[in-house]
Design a binder for this molecule. Structure first.
Ligand code: DGL
Length: 281
């Protein structure tokens, strides 16, 4: 099974094209809505919450997990790969969305690059680092856009506040002649048209258009992982938050009714850890 993790709903923008590209593969989507948003949290919190979600997904049988959340990819992925996985699940894999998008923009972009993302993704500098690995002379500007996620989640996409927020955030991109924009947050593909309307000449890069092909490439290079993935076309949706709200939001993005399970891995893990410490495991 392939797990797709996000802090909340936004990762569905990546889940949808992934499930379309790989219809036979079993997928589970996990949204930590109870603790979202992650974008204004500390690195320690983002790491802890992401690790708990990853742990839960592995227990559910995932062989491969994609962190659809840019904030988790920026602030937690490296430590998960280099410490947690090696110690606990050395045969399984966790991948992020940031490196494939950075690679794509570095290879194809002509001109200055603007990154729009959460505060935590911007402060990590991860996109900058990854783009510069492929294109060391890239001129990049980053903007943290903390009000966009709440506006999208409260159905304010076509409200005047969204227009004003976008104008404010994109002002420095316009002034500095940005020609390429990374939508460095799961939710922004939902307002791609509005961003494009504000900056008609700019080329937009985002996870939904890059990650499916990048996963295909990964699976071709890693047949040992690919052959362990279940292929019965299963789809599961799990949230730590309100099931009904999640179901409504997910149905809108997926264009089909979505049944949602509830899980609280952090509570389960706490019990599990204290049982282990008390010798009950
Ligand atoms: N999923 C987050 C991201 O892609 C956005 C929402 C949040 O801040 O949790 O960065």
């Amino acid at each position: 099974m392939i797990g797709v993790f996000d802090s909340g709903y936004g990762g569905l923008t990546v889940f949808k094209p992934l499930t379309k590209k790989f219809p036979r593969y079993n997928f589970i989507y996990f949204g930590d809505n109870a603790r979202a948003p992650y974008g204004s949290r500390s690195q320690e919190e983002i790491y802890k919450y992401t690790r708990e979600a990853v742990d839960w997904l592995f227990r559910e049988g995932c062989e491969l997990i994609i962190l659809a959340c840019n904030t988790a990819s920026a602030q937690a992925l490296q430590k998960i790969q280099q410490e947690y996985l090696i110690k606990n699940y050395s045969e399984r894999r966790v991948l992020g969305v940031l490196i494939p998008v950075a690679e794509e923009i570095a290879k194809t972009a002509d001109g200055k690059i603007g990154i729009l993302a959460t505060e935590a993704t911007v402060s990590s500098g991860a996109y900058l680092r990854e783009i510069k690995k492929f294109k060391s002379d890239a001129e990049i500007i980053q903007i943290a856009a903390p009000t966009l996620v709440p506006l999208i989640e409260t159905d304010m996409i076509y409200h005047n506040s969204m227009k004003l927020a976008l104008r404010k955030y994109l002002e420095s991109f316009k002034k500095t002649g940005i020609k390429n924009i990374i939508l460095g947050c799961t939710h922004y593909p939902l307002i791609k048209d509005l961003i494009q309307a504000e900056m008609p000449g700019a080329k937009i890069f985002d996870s939904p258009s890059v990650i499916p092909a990048s996963l295909e490439n990964y699976l071709t290079r890693h047949p040992e992982i690919e052959k362990r993935l279940g292929k019965n076309g299963q789809r599961r949706f799990v949230t730590t938050g309100d099931q009904e709200k999640f179901s409504k939001f997910a149905a809108k993005i997926m264009n089909v009714p979505v049944g949602v399970e509830k899980a609280l891995p952090f509570l389960f893990l706490k019990k599990f850890e204290s049982a282990r410490m008390n010798g009950l495991d």
